[in-house]
Design a protein around this ligand. Structure first.
Ligand SMILES: C[S@@+](CC[C@H](N)C(=O)[O-])C[C@H]1O[C@@H](n2cnc3c(N)ncnc32)[C@H](O)[C@@H]1O
Length: 347
C-alpha cells in the first residue's frame, strides 16, 4: 500500500498508510526481536557481512537469514551494499557489551507477557483490569528479575546521572546524605549519587531476588561499605530512617491513586523534616497527540497490573499534598520520557 492509494473522506483525501503501519507494528517488533535473539548485530559488528556466512555462523538457514537481514535493512537497522552493515542506530544500541546496549529491552517491552496480553487487550478494556493471574505489582514478581539487569545501562543510566546533577546543589552542603531507594531495581538512581558523595549511604529496597542482582553494580562502584538493603514489600516492610532523600522511580504507575497515597503517607514518616522526596515517573495530562508516551504506557499497565496507569501531574500534586508533602518542583528526566517531581515535607 502506498501514499497514492488515497481515499476520500468528508471531502478530504486520507492516506491509509499510517493505519497500515499501526496494523503492522507487531511485525516490526518480531523482526527486531529475532535479530537480537539470533545475534545478527554482533555478527555484523564482528565483520561478518554476507547472508551465507552469517547464516552459517548462526547455524541458521541461508534463505531465512537473508529474508531477516533484508527486513532489518528495510527498518533502518542495517544497510545493504557489498553485504550488510550496521546503521548508527544499530551500532549504538544493539551491540551486546556496550554501555548503551538496549537489545535486551525488546525482551522486556515485547516479552511473553506482551505477546499474550496484547491480543487480549479488548477483553482487558471490557473488564478494566489485567487478565493475568500474576499482575506485575505482585510482591516478588519474577518479571522484575529480568527487567532489573536490563535497565542498568541505557535505560536508567542517563536519568540517574540527570538526577544526581539536579540534586547536587541541595545535596553537597548537607552534613549527611542517607538515601532510601524504594523499588530500586538496578539501584542506579541512588548508587549514582552515593558514588558522587563520600558521605552518602544508600539503602536499597526491593524484593530479595532483585536486590541480589544489584550486587554487581554495587561492587563496580565500590559502594559495598555504604550500601544496605531492605528486602520486601514497600507497603509492608519497616522503612527505618529517617532519610535525607527518598527516591521512588517508576513504581507509582503500578498502582491506583489510593494505593499511591498509602505509600506516600508511609514515606512521609521516613523522611527528615528538611529532606526531599523524588518521584521519577511518566506523567500524563498533556494532549495525547503531543505527548503520546504516557498514554501508550497506560495500556501496558492496563494489560499487566490491577489498577496501574501513568497518573497526571494534577494527581501527584494532590496526593503529595494529602500525604504531607509540599508542591513539587518538576524537571524532565534524561533518556526516558519521564519527569522528576521533587518535594519536601509540608509544615
Ligand atoms: C519499573 S521497575 C523500576 C526500578 C527502578 N526504580 C528504576 O527506575 O529503574 C519497578 C521495580 O519495583 C519493584 N517493586 C514492585 N512492587 C514493589 C513493592 N510492592 N515493594 C518493593 N518493590 C516493588 C520491582 O521489583 C522492580 O524492581
Amino acid at each position: 500500500m502506498t501514499d497514492d492509494t488515497l481515499l476520500s473522506a468528508s471531502g478530504a483525501t486520507v492516506s491509509p498508510e499510517p493505519l497500515m503501519q499501526m496494523m503492522q507494528g507487531l511485525h516490526v517488533t518480531g523482526i527486531v526481536q529475532a535479530g537480537v535473539e539470533l545475534g545478527i548485530f554482533d555478527q555484523i559488528a564482528g565483520g561478518n557481512r554476507l547472508a551465507t556466512t552469517i547464516a552459517s555462523a548462526l547455524n541458521a538457514d541461508p534463505r531465512g537469514t537473508r529474508i531477516l537481514l533484508d527486513a532489518l535493512a528495510a527498518l533502518g537497522l542495517l544497510e545493504r551494499h557489498d553485504g550488510y552493515h550496521l546503521t548508527a542506530l544499530a551500532e549504538t544500541y544493539l551491540i551486546p557489551g556496550r554501555s548503551s546496549y538496549l537489545g535486551n529491552m525488546v525482551n522486556i517491552l515485547a516479552g511473553p507477557w506482551a505477546w499474550e496480553g496484547f491480543p487480549r487487550l479488548a477483553e482487558a478494556v471490557r473488564r478494566g483490569t489485567t487478565l493475568t493471574e500474576r499482575p506485575w505489582e505482585t510482591p516478588g514478581h519474577e518479571f522484575w528479575e529480568t527487567f532489573s539487569p536490563s535497565s542498568v545501562g541505557a535505560i536508567s543510566g542517563p536519568g540517574s546521572q540527570a538526577l544526581a546533577e539536579l540534586m547536587e546543589p541541595w545535596a553537597s552542603p548537607r552534613d549527611s546524605l542517607d538515601i532510601l531507594d524504594v523499588a530500586c531495581g538496578s539501584g542506579l538512581f541512588s548508587l549514582t549519587q552515593a558514588a558522587q558523595h563520600p558521605k552518602a549511604h544508600a539503602t536499597l529496597l526491593d524484593s530479595a531476588e532483585v536486590l541480589d542482582l544489584t550486587k554487581e553494580t554495587i561492587g563496580r562502584l565500590d559502594l559495598a561499605e555504604r550500601t544496605s538493603f531492605i528486602r520486601g514489600d514497600a507497603f509492608e516492610v519497616p522503612l527505618a530512617g529517617p532519610y535525607d532523600l527518598i527516591i521512588v522511580s517508576h513504581l507509582f504507575h503500578h498502582f491506583s491513586e489510593e494505593r499511591c497515597l498509602t505509600l506516600l503517607s508511609r514515606l512521609a514518616t521516613a523522611l527528615k523534616p528538611d529532606g526531599r522526596l523524588v518521584i521519577h515517573e511518566f506523567i500524563s495530562g498533556a494532549a495525547p497527540s503531543t505527548t503520546p508516551f504516557p498514554y501508550l504506557f497506560s495500556v501496558i499497565m492496563l494489560t499487566s497490573t490491577g489498577e496501574g496507569e501513568a497518573h497526571s501531574l494534577d494527581t501527584y500534586e494532590r496526593l503529595l499534598r494529602e500525604s504531607g508533602f509540599t508542591s513539587p518542583e518538576v524537571h524532565p528526566s534524561r533518556g526516558m520520557p519521564s519527569h522528576f517531581l521533587i518535594a519536601g515535607r509540608a509544615g
